[in-house]
Design a protein around this ligand. Structure first.
Ligand SMILES: [Zn+2]
Length: 368
């Protein structure tokens, strides 16, 4: 059996959105899929059992953070990331490119790689495409990402164009250095908000891609309309037969709009981050459970949600936990928010099967 393949099972006649199956060594992922983020080898505050119960098919982890702590070699000695964190379903690791480039003032980019100082202790590091592959090979995720350069939002054309060329050059180096056939490498499309650069990057990346391709450098500060415009522009040139992953995007409205534009995979720290701040995601938009108005609201967060939090606890109770800084409050909201985003992808799949995804988007305008 092929270790990796992507097959489209159904295309929505109304929107062109797809239901697909991405086969990996740790199982088949049905797309569209939301991937909870476990940056440091844990989806914050939740056990793997709970993340599975929420319906997660795959989680995302971060090569840069695990390289810094506890070190990729230690994870390899532990038997790889799956064993280390006791997660037996697929894992995707981000290359670390985005995190390194976010270290403004601490880093220096050259054609060979990126020199930077640790955000933790100031120690000097040098990450190259080859090093990123070494780290991700050691971690052992099913899907690994090419080491790319994400130019800043607002960067001028020449800077964005140079980042696209460098990203393609680095992709070739990643492909050469990547030695583990049990891991699939996704190229990353860059190009900032310049349409011709997006197309150049897309075409060159697609020619070098296996079963999947990622779109990076969006949702980096631009208005959502511009992100949608970029997706619309790239869409006719997107390879049909590859899983398409929109990196770092995962708010409910962006998932609906993204799938409608042919995207298959999403990830975002949002559900767990806002949970720890006392916010629940619902079909009627955000519910700031911390607020006074829920002090005596004994209904669940969402009456139609089947998650553990909604089956057992009231808004008033969860609000109380958040207000007294009990860990359980953030845990219950994290569980609900991840369950909600995964339930959203399930309903999106139903709408695709019924050829009515654009109607679905209109019906759920409250989510936006
Ligand atoms: Zn719930």
């Amino acid at each position: 059996m092929e270790k990796f393949k992507f097959e489209i099972k159904k295309t929505c006649k109304q929107s062109g959105a797809r239901i697909g199956e991405l086969t990996t060594p740790h199982g088949v992922i049905e797309t569209p899929v939301f991937m909870p983020v476990g940056t440091l080898a844990t989806v914050k505050a939740l056990s793997p059992e709970e993340v599975k119960a929420a319906g997660a098919q795959i989680i995302l982890s971060n090569a840069y953070h695990l390289y810094m702590r506890p070190g990729h070699e230690l994870v390899a000695r532990a038997g790889g990331l799956h064993t280390f964190m006791a997660w037996d379903r697929p894992i995707l690791t981000d290359s670390g490119g985005f995190q390194v480039f976010s270290l403004a003032g601490l880093r220096k980019i050259g054609d060979d790689g990126v020199r930077f100082h640790s955000h933790l202790d100031g120690s000097a590091h040098f990450i190259t495409p080859e090093k990123s592959m070494e780290i991700q090979n050691a971690l052992g995720a099913d899907i690994i990402m090419a080491f790319d350069e994400c130019s800043e939002y607002g960067a001028d054309y020449a800077t964005a164009a140079a980042a696209v060329r460098r990203t393609l050059d680095w992709l070739d180096r990643c492909k050469k250095a990547h030695g583990n056939p049990a891991q699939m490498l996704f190229p990353i499309v860059q190009g900032n908000m310049y349409k011709d650069l997006r197309l150049l990057s897309l075409k060159e990346s697609a020619a070098r891609a296996g079963a999947g391709i990622a779109v990076g450098g969006l949702s980096v500060g631009e208005p959502k309309e511009i992100m949608y415009e970029m997706l619309d522009h790239m869409r006719p040139h997107m390879p049909e037969d590859k899983a398409r992953y929109l990196m770092g995007v995962g708010s409910p409205d962006c998932i609906i709009e993204g799938v409608s534009r042919g995207i298959d995979m999403f990830d975002c720290v949002l559900p767990t981050r806002v949970a720890r701040n006392g916010t629940a995601m619902t079909w009627r938009g955000k519910l700031v459970i911390r607020n006074n108005e829920y002090a005596e609201d004994f209904r669940p967060i969402d009456e139609n949600c089947g998650c553990y939090a909604c089956r057992h606890f009231s808004r008033a109770y969860i609000r109380h936990l958040i207000n007294v800084n009990e860990i359980m409050g953030g845990r219950l909201l994290s569980l609900h928010n991840i369950s909600f985003l995964i339930e959203l992808t399930e309903r999106i799949k139903d709408a695709i099967r019924e050829d009515r995804l654009l109607d679905f988007a209109r019906e759920h305008g409250d989510i936006y």
